[in-house]
Design a protein around this ligand. Structure first.
Ligand code: CA
Length: 225
């Protein structure tokens, strides 16, 4: 996990950087708005922590605005001074996802970072579902009728591809090119075998089969009507 910290107070910058590194995060920090924006645009971060009042030609609000204008959706946690309600509102309006009022506890900062990461991951990776079968790309948990199902890596990749293409007929060639590495020498028989393994786990123990063979074409995941 990589964080960008934009905070001009040397002591706070140092304490936060060391604290976050202590939590096994990678932290890149800077002390002014221009560097902060340049770093946010040049690199990919999981969370950006940005102070409101910053030296340089742009302040924290402008940093947020410009990050959003560049279509970067990284969660931003905004730091503001005590009682500056207008600053908090301006920060959120500028595209920040949350704010913290100084002085704050390090524990609360960590909790808010975790909450932002969870929200971001849920938004990027919504849980996929077909009937009572679910797959969570964020946690790799597969369940049917609320029963967890253990899959191998290949079975999981195959199921995820089926679930992202529910109702579509997928040929063996399509499956080979999307599920297996491009340089792997995969034969149609291998696909058949893996579809079989998958059926044993997601269909066989349950009343309604979801993975169907479309004779002469390939396979389809969905509810048969
Ligand atoms: Ca400041």
């Amino acid at each position: 996990m990589k964080l960008l910290l934009i905070e001009d107070e040397p002591k706070l910058n140092r304490v936060l950087t060391l604290g976050l590194i202590g939590e096994r995060m990678t932290v890149e920090s800077c002390f002014d708005g221009d560097s902060g924006l340049a770093m946010a645009l040049a690199d990919e971060y999981d969370v950006i922590i940005c102070d409101r009042m910053l030296p340089g030609s742009i302040d924290g609000i402008q940093v947020c605005q410009q990050i959003r204008r560049a279509n970067i959706t990284t969660p931003i946690l905004f730091l503001t001074a005590k009682d500056a309600v207008a600053d908090r509102v301006a920060g959120l309006d500028a595209g920040a996802d949350d704010y913290m009022v100084k002085p704050f506890s390090f524990e609360e900062l960590l909790a808010r970072i975790r909450a932002l990461l969870r929200r971001n991951s849920a938004a990027k990776n919504p849980i996929l579902s077909v009937a009572d079968l679910t797959l969570d790309p964020a946690t790799f948990v597969v369940q049917r009728a609320n029963t967890p199902i253990k899959l191998s890596q290949t079975e999981y990749a195959l199921l995820e591809y089926f679930m992202r293409n529910t109702g579509r007929i997928l040929t063996k060639d399509t499956l080979i090119s999307h599920v297996w590495d491009f340089d792997a020498d995969i034969l149609p028989n291998t696909v058949e075998a893996y579809v079989g393994y998958l059926r044993n786990k997601i269909d066989k123990p349950f009343a309604t089969p979801l993975l169907h063979t479309v004779r002469g074409f390939g396979y389809k995941l969905g509810i048969e009507h």
